[in-house]
Ligand binder design. Structure first.
Ligand code: ZN
Length: 270
């Protein structure tokens, strides 16, 4: 995880991973995790409805009973990747002690969640992280990666295996994958967030946190309208702020998913 982007403490990261992975392994020792079943087993009721643009998900507590709302207006259908992720996020508000206690005390009256690592609110970040650990439990994820050489296909396959989005899967790979990668998400050529594995060689992007570097697949998509579907070779200096000249031409690979105003780039050393 990028230092300056660090929004969860190391303790948080470990605790949330332990909590979510143990719940996942308990209810689903094999196969894909279904957050709906976890809700049912914990007597949490839920509804999928059309609530326009007001939230992705919501958890309410009334007389110690919990109810989850999932907004299909924003998440398409109940088993979409984003609906699953949002359901996992709302379960986080139930399973994380502090969150549940403040819901029980009526201190955080049913707040609206916008999920997918977009919120700056700490509780929201915690619930997002919980969800990614719940849907992609550590042991199975590591086992799948074991001894596989990294290429984009791995993210693609893991995302299918776990029913998670490419961005959530790549972020999870940063934390527990077997090869250092960086993930950069941009909207309209502006970088919204980026993450990297702790042992990724470079810390800083070429233009910092704001603009995509122009000589990259993602950069050319926005500036030249050029679309490349596969994995492309790039040099370290194309993406990163390179301090030593002998590192400028280190070979990296970039795989960018480009759609409309969005780009999601996965970058790794060749
Ligand atoms: Zn939330």
């Amino acid at each position: 995880m990028q230092r300056e982007n660090e929004f969860l403490s190391r303790n948080d990261v470990e605790d949330l991973n332990d909590l979510a992975s143990s719940i996942a392994d308990y209810y689903f020792p094999y196969g894909q995790i279904d957050p709906i079943v976890i809700a049912e087993k914990n007597n949490i009721t839920y509804s999928f409805g059309n609530y326009s643009d007001s939230f992705d998900g919501l958890i309410e507590c009334e007389d110690e009973d919990f109810h989850i709302f999932i907004n299909l207006d924003r998440l398409k259908q109940a088993y979409s990747e984003r609906a699953r992720f949002t359901f996992g996020h709302e379960l986080g508000h139930y399973f994380i002690d502090n969150h549940r206690n403040s819901l029980l005390k009526g201190l955080s009256p049913s707040h609206c969640s916008f999920t997918g690592f977009q919120s700056k609110n700490k509780a929201e970040r915690q619930a997002d992280y919980f969800s990614s650990c719940l849907l992609m439990p550590e042991l199975g994820f590591r086992k799948y990666c074991h001894r596989k050489k990294f290429e984009y296909r791995i993210i693609d396959e893991l995302s299918k295996k776990y029913g998670t989005s490419k961005s959530a899967t790549a972020i999870r790979f940063c934390a527990i994958g077997n090869h250092p990668i960086m993930v950069v998400y941009a909207y309209e050529n502006k970088i919204k967030w980026y993450w990297s594995s702790d042992d990724f060689r470079f810390r800083w992007l070429k233009y910092g946190k704001d603009k995509l570097p122009e000589d990259t697949v993602a950069g050319e998509y926005f500036t030249l309208g050029r679309t490349v579907a596969g994995t492309e070779p790039v040099y370290a200096m194309d993406w990163f702020n390179v301090k030593f000249s002998n590192q400028a031409e280190l070979p990296f690979k970039e795989h960018s998913l480009l759609q409309g105003k969005h780009s999601l780039s996965i970058i790794w050393e060749d």
